[in-house]
Design a protein around this ligand. Sequence first.
Ligand code: BV8
Ligand code: ZN
Length: 244
Amino acid sequence: MHFDPILLSYLRQATRVTALTGAGASQESGLRTFRDEQGGFWAQYDPRDLATPEAFARNPKLVWDWYAERRAAARLSQPNPGHFALVEMESLVQTFTLITQNVDGLHRAAGSRNPLELHGNLERVKCSQCGEQAADWDESSESVPPCPLCGGFLRPDVVWFGESLPAEVLDAAVKATRVSQVFFSIGTSGLVHPAASLALAARERGAVIVEINAEPTPLTPRADFFFAGRSGEILPALRRAVWG
Ligand code: BV8
Ligand code: ZN
């Protein structure tokens, strides 16, 4: 893998680096990306239709089951070398901020100290009526588990389309993006906002934009460096080339 010496020297002296990841960063851990063909029973559904409050209101059990299946898959999956390379960068760079759109918890599992989970986390479940976080629930129940407080349907504590992102998490992500010298966009199609606007916000402040993705995206023409391929291979190679 060849890396431009300019990028390597810039990364060596950078003190503020930010990385945004999307579903592609978990693909090599065996988890489906958001725009991949879903498998089996779920092939008939478009995730963008299921990840909405309307879908949940219309058919809570369908949406609950989709997330229960994704939670089970996430629990069985392992972080991949790309996740671990990001953890190593965290201790090699003075200020390294990890922002993720993923809800699979793999960055935490890999050891990232404070992943900014813009879209929530599958392991958190809350009441769709009173908002109370559920400490536990019957994962095998045939029906959508009820809130212990008010009996309302429980739902995954993730951000659906049309819902606001957690303000404090988004705020921290924007703050880090604004001062970063290098901004990585990793494994994301760059289609979902406001996450997709972060790279351009960094660029406006003069950050070097490095995109690592299996295919070009709307960001690619504006990226300073674009590496086409698998993040689980490129990130460890880059980490070695910069920091040995
Ligand atoms: C909001 C959580 C408003 C649940 C998700 C027009 C313009 C701008 C915005 C909008 C608009 N119309 C509507 C909107 C708003 C909307 C939006 O952005 N829509 C898009 C589709 C246009 N945004 C929202 O609704 C957001 N909320 O705006 O609130 C508001 C404001 C005030 C008050 C009230 C409301 C909420 C967005 C969050 C939605 N929730 N997920 C869940 O996960 O189920 S988003 C969902 O998409 C996932 O989180 C996913 O992470 C995210 C982004 O997808 P990617 O991660 O990029 O995954 P994808 O499959 O697309 O791409 C993977 C890439 O990896 C591919 O390019 C592939 O080539 C690559 N790849 C694959 N394998 C590898 C790889 N790369 C490297 N290595 C590999 N091995
Ligand atoms: Zn409740």
